[in-house]
Each structure stands twice: as C-alpha cells, then as structure tokens.
Design a protein around this ligand. Structure first.
Ligand SMILES: [Zn+2]
Length: 318
C-alpha cells in the first residue's frame, strides 16, 4: 500500500490537517475550506494524478477541518451520521449544542453570543456537501482492501480505516500524538445527548486490541506505538474525572467548567469536556443531576478509584 500525505493548512489548535492519498486513488479527509487549504489539497491531488471529478473521498468525521472542502468532490463517502452533518455543514448540530450549553448552566446571553459568533466564523470554513453517501464495511483502493471501523467518542460519525496486512490505521482524530482529543458533545435532540466518554472508552478498547504498526492520524506525525497513546488517554480521562468529582457538588456543568479551566476562549471545548465527564459520572452513579441543572456528589473518591480499576482492566485485557 502506498500512502501520500499532504499537510493542509488548518487554523484550529490541532494544526495542519493530514490529507492522505492511498494508492493514488482514495483520498482520506479533504481539509478545511480556506483558499490556501484548498490550494494545498489541489496540489496533493495533482501530484497523485487525481482531480475532484475522479477521486473518491472518504471523510473520517464531520468536523470542519476534515470535511470543509468535501463539497468540491463528486464522490464522497462517510459514516451515515457524518453525511447528515455534511449535508447542512453542521448547522443543526450547532443549534442543538448551544441549547445543551444553556441547559447546563451557561447564561443564555452567552450561549446565544457564542452561537452567533460560531455561525459567522464557521460560514467561511465549510460548505454544505450534498453528495455524501454512506461508506460500506470495507473499501477498496487500487487492489488493497481496508476495513472501515466505527470509532465514536470524539465525534459519533467517526470512522477509521484499517489495512490489516500492513497494520496501518488511518485514525482521523480518535488517536493523535501528544494531545488527548476532546470527547465532543453529541446531542440527539434539545434534551438528550450521547454518552460520548463511554463511547470513547469503548473505542479505545476496540483499538487497543488491534494489531497496528503505524497510525496515520488526522493531525501531527505518525504514531508507532498506539497502545501507549491509548494508555495516556485513559489516564487523562481518569484524572479529569477525579477533578470533576472533587468540585462538582452543587455546581452546574458551566460552573464546573469555568472552575476547572482558565482559558475560557476555548469555552466550546471546555464545556464539551465537562459535559462528557458529568454524563459519565452521572451514568455510573457518582453524580446526580438536579432539575436546576446542579450536580450532587453521591459517591466517594475511593469508589471512583475502584470503578476505574475495572474500566482499565476491561480495556487493557485485549
Ligand atoms: Zn475532530
């Protein structure tokens, strides 16, 4: 299997998006829709003798820095949930997110301001992609067959591609070198949302059991030891859960978030991460959510230690 990588400009903190071209035929992720990013994408395609008409594009997950310019292609595939989000460039998704932020204690005026700002900023970075089709369980690239693996946790519509023979995993953002990706909020409707941290842990268990020699991630460099990265992620989720449990009593998620994190310019991410944690702790009986949106601590630290011992045994048994 031959892999080309193009590092495409991305204004977000994760840095350049890796666009992969597999066997000069299959493109994995397109990058964001900024002029310099699209130029870099075009150059990468022409180096592989491809163009927007002929190339097949697979999207790892529906975040702007991975699919923003997907609308330029004729043949686009992604997870079904991702296709929905590509279709309206995540408009509906963001409406629901800010409704949840409001439910979780963020002042309405702030939630509204964030929503407006995001809408404005986002408009230039993505365009709706209306020709997305659901990806199958396997995908072929010039003779090589890749397994499509559903890897929810950072985004529900997230897939990874796995080439068994060479032990290559195209991971999108589910595994990155040196940073723990955010378990980003995933609303189902105005009131319900997915248990994203539980999903992330299940995904890590699945990936821990795979034989992988090289991970080609969505940002940054190739990962040689994927199990070590997974161990770091589990440790970081675990540590965060103790921090949240310690301060959660009588607070809303918004108050927990702004107590835990200083950099409120990253409010979207810190709300996401905090909501992922309170949902995780509430689902497992460590917190109770009152009708006023305030959480009450209902178990002790040592019980959470016990819980994590079990979780880790489960993941690392693989
Ligand atoms: Zn992402």
């Amino acid at each position: 299997m031959e892999v080309r990588v193009a590092k495409v400009y991305n204004p977000y903190p994760a840095g350049e998006t890796n666009v992969y071209i597999i066997n000069d035929e299959l493109v994995f992720d397109s990058g964001i829709n900024l002029p310099q990013s699209v130029d870099m994408l075009k150059k990468a395609l022409s180096d592989a003798n491809l163009d927007f008409e002929g190339a097949r594009l697979v999207i790892s997950h529906p975040h702007a820095d991975h699919f923003g310019s997907a609308y330029l292609f004729r043949n686009v595939m992604a997870h079904e949930n991702a296709c929905h989000k590509l279709y309206d460039a995540e408009k509906r998704y963001f409406e629901l997110v800010y409704a949840h932020f409001g439910l979780e204690g963020m002042p309405e005026a702030l939630a509204e301001k964030m929503r407006e700002r995001a809408e404005k900023k986002y408009a230039g970075l993505v365009k709706p992609c209306t020709c997305c089709g659901r990806v199958g369980e396997k995908i072929e690239a010039n003779g090589d067959v890749l397994d499509v693996i559903h890897v929810p946790g950072h985004s529900y519509g997230h897939i990874a591609l796995y080439h068994r023979e060479s032990g290559s995993l195209f991971s999108g953002d589910i595994l990155l070198d040196g940073i723990t990706p955010n378990p980003v909020i995933e609303p189902l409707n105005e009131f319900e949302r997915m248990p994203v941290l539980e999903q992330y842990l299940n995904t890590l268990k699945k990936l821990y059991g795979l034989e992988v020699s090289r991970v080609y991630p969505g940002h940054r460099g190739v990962i040689e030891n994927h199990r070590k990265v997974i161990e770091e992620y589990v440790r970081s989720f675990e540590n965060r859960s103790f921090q949240v449990l310690e301060i959660a009593d009588e607070k809303t998620a918004f108050e927990i978030a702004t107590t835990l994190f200083d950099d409120i310019r990253q409010l979207f991410l810190i709300m996401s991460e905090t909501i992922a944690q309170v949902d995780f702790l509430a689902n497992r009986g460590f917190l109770e959510r009152g009708d006023d949106g305030r959480y009450r601590v209902t178990a002790e630290r040592r019980e959470l230690e016990e819980e994590w011992r079990g979780i880790k045994e489960e993941i690392f048994r693989a």
